[in-house]
Design a protein around this ligand. Structure first.
Ligand code: AMP
Ligand code: ZN
Length: 479
């Protein structure tokens, strides 16, 4: 197996992946907090995790990925109360929307998608363990983790604890480094709030304990990889480490991977700032699922992704270029034989694609190798040096790339229709257009220009614009 190196936030170094269970990588992913629809910033992180798992699988690993759904936290409790319904009812609709969204984006379902409210018992057991080991104290019915009892507190986010007052507490789920304090594992019920009656008293779990309990339940005490956006490193992941390692005495996570933010006009896209687009906002503006997926995956995960309209347009034409190339590969007639040069192009592309991803999931390098290949193969086709037996090899390479990228198969219209975004007028289906384009290329090649013109006219009459590009590929789009 090729060595895969990933950047570990815990050590601030690139490290080789070395799973605890040979051949299997166990990953925990902090999932959505379902108090509103996820925005495309969230999906930047989820798409990164999808690329990671797809790449690992393409390299022959089994993947066991657990993603939680936070369906109880401060914001959910307040929003559900404001809507006058229970938290389960309130969160159900956002979970459904999330599942539709990940499907639209071609994000594979994790092996386990687990709801926090189905795991209260596991959280209670973990808190009891921490109580027995003396890491907690109780004030007014709420149970806190005493960070001064865990000397390694701060090792992930590298915070300086020297100014921290022992015993000072924080009750909210989200807070910043300046407010590093003892945090709530279990919160006593407030009037009118949803609570559970348990062995450790009535109340509800804090946000952090949820991920510790669920990750260790499904993946064991020590996980290979834990992922999330950079905003989660502190306090969420720091607190997860403290709770888990204090309870088990073992390392909790071997590699922490954090995705940088998607930003818009210089600011993090976030629900609280209100500067966000949901997927459906973008579909309503006419953008396709594959365009958004491509845009989100195109920037390596440790770089910020600046979201712009221009970026969307480029992503759209990149996907079209890849799809048109595969159409050409399948439709065009090539002279018999195979060309060693083309074979070498395929090998180089496959090798560089994998090497790019193996180097900390560098999608920019991986994509560059794909587009270089598309350009060079198109040139070979134009020159007549691309031969019949080269085509299936090139198609196989594109399929290999797409096992990770997942943008080639055109599910866009189907997905949009499913979500109620079908376009009003009946359009010629993509497959039919591509078949006609293939026929037109073949007609031009055999110098049957009359037929080629007829096809161009037919496509134009159906509202399809065909563009012959300089490098010999054919692009098309709906007018
Ligand atoms: P949440 O639903 O807020 O818990 O977030 C779900 C995931 O999205 C977490 O991994 C966050 O770190 C991540 N996230 C939130 N905002 C952004 C953003 N603007 N760009 C990238 N990831 C984000
Ligand atoms: Zn989490």
């Amino acid at each position: 197996m090729r060595e895969i190196r990933l950047y570990n936030t815990l050590t601030n170094r690139l490290e080789p992946l070395d799973p605890l269970h040979p051949g299997e990588v166990r990953i925990y992913t902090c999932g959505p907090t379902v108090y509103a629809s996820a925005h495309i910033g969230n999906f930047r992180t989820f798409v990164f995790q999808d690329i990671l798992r797809r790449f690992l699988r393409s390299q022959g690993y089994r993947v066991l990925q657990v993603m939680n759904v936070t369906d109880v936290d401060d914001r959910i409790i307040h929003s559900a109360a404001a809507a006058g319904i229970g938290i389960r009812e309130y969160t159900d609709k956002y979970i459904r929307a999330f599942l539709e969204d990940i499907d639209a984006l071609g994000i594979e379902m994790p092996e386990e998608l687990v709801r926090a409210t189905d795991h209260i018992e596991d959280m209670v057991t973990l808190i009891e363990k921490l109580q027995q080991k003396g890491f907690t104290y109780t004030t007014d019915g709420s149970i806190y983790f005493r960070i001064s009892k865990f000397p390694e507190y701060g090792k992930l986010s590298k915070i300086d604890l020297s100014g921290i007052q022992p015993g000072a507490r924080v009750d909210v789920d989200q807070y910043d480094k300046e407010n590093a304090r003892d945090f709530a594992l279990w919160k006593a019920p407030k009037p009118g709030e949803h609570f559970w009656e348990t062995r450790i008293g009535p109340g509800r779990p804090g946000w952090h304990v949820e991920c510790s309990a669920m990750s260790m339940k499904y993946l064991g005490d020590t996980l290979d990889i834990h992922t999330g956006g950079v905003d989660l490193a502190f306090p969420h992941h720091e607190n997860e480490i403290a709770q888990s390692e204090a309870a088990t005495g073992k390392p909790f996570v071997r590699m922490w991977l954090h995705a940088e933010h998607l930003i818009i006009e210089g600011q993090k896209m976030s629900k609280s700032l209100g500067n966000f687009y949901t997927l459906r906002d973008l579909f309503a503006k006419g953008h396709k699922p594959s365009t958004i997926r491509f845009l989100l995956l195109s920037v390596p995960y440790r770089r910020q992704l600046n979201f712009t309209e221009d970026g969307l347009m480029q992503a759209r034409s990149s996907v079209e270029r890849l799809r048109n190339f595969v159409t050409r590969l399948k439709a065009e007639q090539f002279a018999a034989g195979s060309n060693r040069e083309v074979e070498r192009l395929v090998e180089t592309a496959e090798n560089e694609f994998e090497a790019g991803l193996a180097n900390d999931i560098n999608t920019a390098v991986a994509l560059a190798s794909v587009f270089d290949f598309v350009r060079d193969a198109n040139t070979a086709m134009d020159r007549g040096t691309f031969l019949e037996q080269d085509a299936p090899r090139a198609v196989a390479a594109m399929e290999k790339f797409d096992a990770v990228l997942a943008v080639l198969a055109d599910r866009d219209d189907e997905t949009l229709a499913k979500l109620g975004f079908s376009r009003p007028n009946q359009r010629m289906p993509a497959a039919e257009i591509e078949a006609l384009i293939g026929e037109r290329i073949a007609a031009k090649k055999s110098r049957n220009f009359q037929r080629a013109d007829e096809i161009r006219q037919k496509l134009a009459d159906s509202g399809i614009v065909v563009e012959d590009t300089k490098d010999g590929t054919v692009r098309w789009k709906y007018k």
